[in-house]
Design a protein around this ligand. Structure first.
Ligand SMILES: Nc1ncnc2c1ncn2[C@@H]1O[C@H](COP(=O)(O)OP(=O)(O)O)[C@@H](O)[C@H]1O
Ligand code: SF4
Ligand SMILES: [Mg+2]
Length: 396
């Protein structure tokens, strides 16, 4: 009876199991850290070639797992997509589907040793004909890339700014860090130029203000100024407008888009809100439970969504001028990330499942040059590219 109860409660972990998990985690993370340190010693091991030189970033079957006390969380599991030069790529999906972990893997800012990219390659185009595989690039090299070539804008601008320093000092500091030879006057001039660029009218006044004296929208503009101070090749914006009012949201998105064009950068725009992506993205990647379920141009995703999850997301979005009694919600919830099934992760919530869905996780199916979907409903229509690859942690 007691045994049965234990089995029913799948989150129950006995002392013995818990010790086993800890031992396993220690062994695996120690090995992964050692492999990374070894690879970092020789640039030949982390210098690679882009598959397509017109891409800034290529995520190639990336697997990022967290080795936690309750087991291995496969937060990102076999993710494939590219960020082309001068484009905006929207990454969308419900909370917890692995969007932030994907971007943190690219910046190598995972909480190590618990969080590890255990498989795949993240190729970053250095612009000189070479590329780095971020997965095993040593920290000393990453420090030159973060802020200089890739920068990040986060959801809550107040937590990104230091409350005890004036705005000017905080922007100056970043410019100085990346341009150690610049004189103090030049740094201040550059800071004021950046403040003007992000649309701050009273730049001299704001230079001397503290973060709490500014509104949320103004603070996010400052964060954008800091992120763009070194003209990065790629800007990662992780839910940049989620904490802001709707009217300010549109202004901040406009600003980001304009600056991207001015600086010739690309944007990886992460959001749970399809509305944010709609007006801005050139390409859209839809993630579900750590995997990409559909990707394509914005036109393809918004006008011809194919995956039942994408269709569900579209249906649950309010539309101006359309009266509905109740907004659609996708039934059920995301499966337990520690114990993913081997069939389609969306099956238990899918209203379109068919006989084929009883099989293994669906392969990637190319339905047009740019449109790829992982769903059995389209296996007759397109070219089958192959199954997403998980890493067997027992073999690490
Ligand atoms: N430091 C961590 N330790 C353990 N699990 C984590 C950690 N960070 C994220 N996760 C898990 O990874 C999954 C993806 O998280 P995240 O990428 O933050 O989602 P989102 O799509 O909302 O940005 C979630 O299941 C989350 O619980
Ligand atoms: S593979 Fe089947 S269960 Fe999965 S999303 Fe497609 S139709 Fe639904
Ligand atoms: Mg997130």
């Amino acid at each position: 009876m007691a045994e049965e109860k234990k089995k029913k409660n799948s989150s129950y972990i006995s002392g013995k199991e818990s010790r086993k998990i800890s031992r396993f985690n220690r062994r695996v993370t120690k090995k992964l850290e050692k492999d990374r340190a070894d690879a970092g010693k020789d640039p030949a091991l982390y210098t690679v070639q882009m598959k397509n030189p017109n891409n800034v970033v290529e995520f190639d079957n990336v697997c990022t797992y967290f080795f936690t006390d309750v087991g291995t969380v496969k937060a990102v599991d076999g993710v494939n997509f590219n960020i082309p030069r001068h484009s905006t790529v929207g990454v969308v999906g419900e909370s917890g589907c692995g969007k932030s972990v994907t971007s943190l893997s690219l910046m190598q800012l995972l909480a190590r040793p618990t969080g590890q990219t255990v498989g795949g390659e993240i190729r970053f185009n250095m612009g000189d004909g070479t590329a780095l595989n971020i997965v095993n690039t040593p920290n000393a090299v990453m420090e030159k890339i973060r802020g200089n070539k890739i920068s990040m804008i986060f959801q809550e601008p107040m937590t990104s700014l230091n409350p005890v320093f004036r705005i000017g000092e905080q922007v100056d500091e970043v410019i100085q860090l990346h341009n150690p030879d610049m004189s103090d006057e030049d740094i201040k001039a550059r800071t004021l130029e950046m403040l003007e660029l992000v649309g701050i009218a009273n730049k001299e006044g704001v230079y001397n203000m503290y973060p709490h004296e500014l509104s949320g929208g103004m603070r996010q503009r400052i964060c954008i100024a800091i992120a763009l101070a070194c003209s990065p090749t790629l800007i990662i914006a992780d839910e940049p407008t989620t904490a802001l009012d709707v009217t300010i949201q549109a202004q901040i998105l406009d600003l980001l888009q304009n600056l991207k064009d001015k600086l010739n950068s690309s944007i990886m725009l992460i959001t749970h809100d399809l509305g944010v992506v709609a007006g801005m993205a050139d390409y859209v990647v839809v993630m579900y439970a750590g995997r990409v379920v559909e990707k394509g141009t914005a036109e393809e995703i918004f006008h011809h969504p194919m995956h039942p999850y994408t269709i569900g997301l579209m249906k649950s979005k309010p539309v101006v001028g359309k009266k509905v009694d109740q907004l659609y919600n996708i039934p059920g919830s995301v499966p337990n990330p520690v114990d993913m099934p081997d069939y389609c992760y969306f099956r238990d919530r899918c209203e379109m499942r068919c006989e084929a869905c009883k099989g293994l996780y669906p392969p990637e199916i190319r339905v047009s040059e740019t449109h790829i979907v992982s769903c059995y409903r389209y296996q007759e229509e397109g070219e089958i590219l192959g199954y997403p690859k998980s890493v067997n942690v027992e073999e690490l």
